[in-house]
Design a protein around this ligand. Structure first.
Ligand code: TYM
Length: 331
């Protein structure tokens, strides 16, 4: 059976791009009885400037958000990456299976370092750690947004190289994307870019914890081109198309169905319709986040249990890796 793994950085709050692009799929897979691991990848979030004082709070909020979105810590393994040392150990071994040149070619490195005066080594290395996250559990299906495709290709290239060098050890993995075309939700302000936590303007994204009036004001500011009608054409009308994709993801209905039903609406009325659906969908998630944040002990104990289960699997893999790579003499 497939083992499913995904990761999310505890930077700020979950936005609806993360929710539709990734988390909702994790929940659906969990609820159809798949074996799911969800990593809060705190080590990855250190590759861009961050505040260590705030990190614990961000981890707590991310765990609360994931549970509120439907991740059940009794069914899935919800854990903290930095507490499972085999991730960084395997990351080192994998970094001897690729080249500097290959890493420097990955688009996320150049996109993220564009804003930085001194991009860190960790930013370049980021995808190798991501590959280790996957390989250390021998995961085979990875539910992610479309922005992660190149990282998953690198992970598979590392599988190939490792297996050639040391013998068949790791399985290849495949991505799973959101079926409602929401695998790449775009920025509300500049719909040619993806919605992102690291983009400075908070009006460019909707966080799952945004209260109703803030959701309304952000959607009011959303760039919808000067369109009058509800036309789905991501190339020439990325803003309206983004709104339609969000609507489709919110309701679980096909893009064509949504367009058909609302074809007589003017754009302002349509904007209000989507706002209402968004507010109503996020309302129960938000009250669950509030409730959980009042019960920190529960979240921490859930994370600890998940981290223990993850460590048991990762330790097994690490043992077999050291046997193959010749580091096992004193084991
Ligand atoms: P992160 O935290 O940046 O994003 C978490 C997930 O959200 C998806 N996503 C989006 N999907 C649709 N539209 C968007 N605008 C959008 N923005 C983000 C991302 O594709 C991701 O699935 N590198 C990963 C974290 C990671 C990981 C892993 C993922 C670390 N190790 C192992 C899978 C397997 C990331 O960027 O997370």
């Amino acid at each position: 059976p497939d083992r499913i793994l995904s990761g999310i950085q505890p930077t700020g709050v979950l936005h609806i791009g993360n929710y539709f692009g990734a988390v909702k799929n994790w929940v659906d897979l969990q609820n159809s009885n798949h074996d799911v691991l969800c990593a809060i990848v705190d080590l990855h979030s250190m590759t861009l400037p961050y505040d260590p004082q705030k990190l614990p709070q961000h981890i707590l909020l991310m765990a609360a958000s994931l549970i509120s979105c439907g991740i059940d810590p009794e069914k899935s393994i919800l854990f903290l990456q930095s507490e499972v040392p085999q991730h960084t150990q395997l990351c080192w071994i994998l970094s001897t299976c690729t080249t500097l040149r290959r890493l420097a070619q990955l688009p996320q490195y150049s996109e993220k370092s564009e804003y930085l005066e001194k991009p860190l080594l960790g930013l370049l290395w980021y995808p190798v750690l991501q590959a280790a996250d996957i390989l250390v559990y021998k995961a085979t299906r990875i539910p992610v947004g479309k922005d992660q495709v190149q990282h998953l290709q690198l992970a598979n290239a590392l599988v190939r190289t490792f297996n050639l060098k040391y013998g068949e050890t790791f399985p290849h993995s495949k991505p799973i994307f959101n079926p409602n075309n929401a695998a790449r939700i775009r920025s509300l302000i500049d719909p040619t870019k993806k919605m992102s936590k690291s983009f400075p303007d908070p009006n460019s994204r909707i966080d799952i914890t945004d209260p109703p009036d803030l959701i309304a004001s952000k959607l009011k500011l959303a760039n919808l081109e000067s369109t009058l009608s509800i036309v789905y054409d991501p190339q020439t009308r990325p803003g309206v198309s983004n709104l339609i994709e969000m609507h489709s993801a919110l309701t679980g209905r096909q893009i064509s169905e949504v367009c058909q039903e609302f074809k007589d609406f003017d754009i302002e009325r349509y904007r209000e319709t989507v706002t209402e659906v968004m507010v109503e969908t996020l309302r129960p998630i938000q009250s669950e986040v509030d409730r959980l944040l009042n019960n920190k002990e529960y979240i921490i104990s859930a994370l600890k249990k998940g981290t223990q289960k993850a460590t048991d699997i990762a330790a097994d893999t690490w043992r077999s890796v050291t046997e193959k790579t010749g580091n096992h003499l004193i084991k």
